[in-house]
Design a binder for this molecule. Structure first.
Ligand code: SAH
Length: 332
């Protein structure tokens, strides 16, 4: 029953009459395979400087209207320390593709954060095998790099000067090196088809992703896609629910982009297959500048308040906060 073919996936994605069944099946699979605990990951967006020109992203190098920043090494480590003191067992370091943070700088930061006894996830884009190897040797545990879309043509339209095959190479290298690997896609990119979304889901299964993050595309005013429609919240939720049903015991975040489109988006996602939330642990001075898309939530909040707010929401739906690092559970 839970092994969908591509045609089954397309039918489900196109037909909204069985959405309640789909979301409740995903919730049941989530409960059976990863339980009621929600893993909180403390997110540090440490640099918004980026050499890429992804057409959808507000951090693209051609956007001259945002104020760029890099958080210093010491401050990154202090944010991580504060996250660990607040009870986070995983720290996620995310940035644009910023060459300043080369392997030496990153490895120093990784080792210092690993001294805090937390799991560490990186989300810093495409690097060479040797760089990934150095990150792993310094103690990084996980790596997030979304494929964004498995439609090669669309991928190349959305990512000038980037190569789809290199993205795949990154995912393969990370797996080979023993990282827990996260990927995912955007839902609602211009010209994206339901068929390609079905292929995205099958791709997550094929590479046996340990984590999958799915979010609706949200147009940013200072990008070439500024006049496009945003992606559908419901469709993004359906792609996420199907991913849970197919991959069963992986970690799936209730993404911030979902909450940007629906004020209760993360809680709805947690009840439709998700088991992870990634609250921001930097202070508000940086949050508004990390504008990958507009109207990001919580940009005026401070870290302690964010943590309390999300904890209360999670408890209100009868779920608990995990006290462990939340690695992927072994296959049952
Ligand atoms: N430089 C890193 C991190 C990218 S930002 C990397 O390349 O992996 C993290 C994610 O934000 C991206 O993978 C993308 O899926 C998402 N994102 C970027 N722009 C977006 C937009 N306009 N709407 C929704 N999500 C977006």
């Amino acid at each position: 029953m839970n092994e969908f073919s591509k045609d089954n996936l397309i039918d489900i994605l196109e037909d909204d009459s069985k959405n309640d069944w789909l979301f409740s099946l995903a919730d049941t699979v989530r409960k059976e395979h990863v339980g009621d605990e929600v893993h909180l990951r403390g997110l540090i967006e440490f640099s918004n400087i980026c050499k890429c020109q992804c057409k959808y992203c507000g951090l693209r190098s051609e956007n001259r209207e945002i104020e760029r920043y890099r958080i210093s090494e010491d401050n990154i480590v202090s944010y991580a320390k504060h996250a660990s003191e607040m009870g986070y067992r995983t720290v996620v370091l995310q940035s644009g593709e910023d060459k300043f943070f080369d392997a030496d700088v990153m490895c120093r930061i990784i080792s210092r954060i690993k001294d805090l006894d937390v799991a560490l996830t990186l989300s810093i884009g495409e690097r060479s095998f040797d760089e990934y190897k150095a990150f792993k040797a310094s103690g990084a545990d996980r790596y997030l790099i979304r494929i964004e879309t498995t439609d090669k043509n669309l991928y190349e339209k959305m990512h000038p000067n980037m190569d789809f095959n290199n993205r795949i190479r990154c995912l393969e290298d990370l797996k080979t090196l023993g990282f827990e690997v996260g990927t995912g896609c955007l839902v609602g990119l211009p010209e994206q088809t339901v068929e390609s979304l079905a292929e995205d889901i099958l791709f997550f299964k094929e590479i046996d992703a340990d984590m999958v993050g799915i979010g609706p595309f949200i147009p940013h005013p200072q990008t070439p896609l500024n006049s496009c429609e945003h992606g559908s919240f419901t469709l993004a939720l359906k792609v996420m629910a199907l991913t849970r049903i197919l991959l069963k015991n992986i970690n799936i975040p209730a993404t911030t982009a979902m909450e940007t489109l629906n004020p209760n988006g993360r809680i709805i996602a947690l009840q439709s297959g998700a088991n992870v939330v990634m609250p921001n642990v930097t202070t508000s001075e940086y949050r508004e500048k990390y504008e990958i898309y507009p109207n990001k939530i919580c940009i005026h909040e401070e870290p302690d308040k964010c943590r309390n707010c999300i904890e209360a929401k999670i408890h209100s739906i009868g779920r608990t906060i995990s006290k462990d690092c939340g690695f992927r559970l072994k296959n049952k």
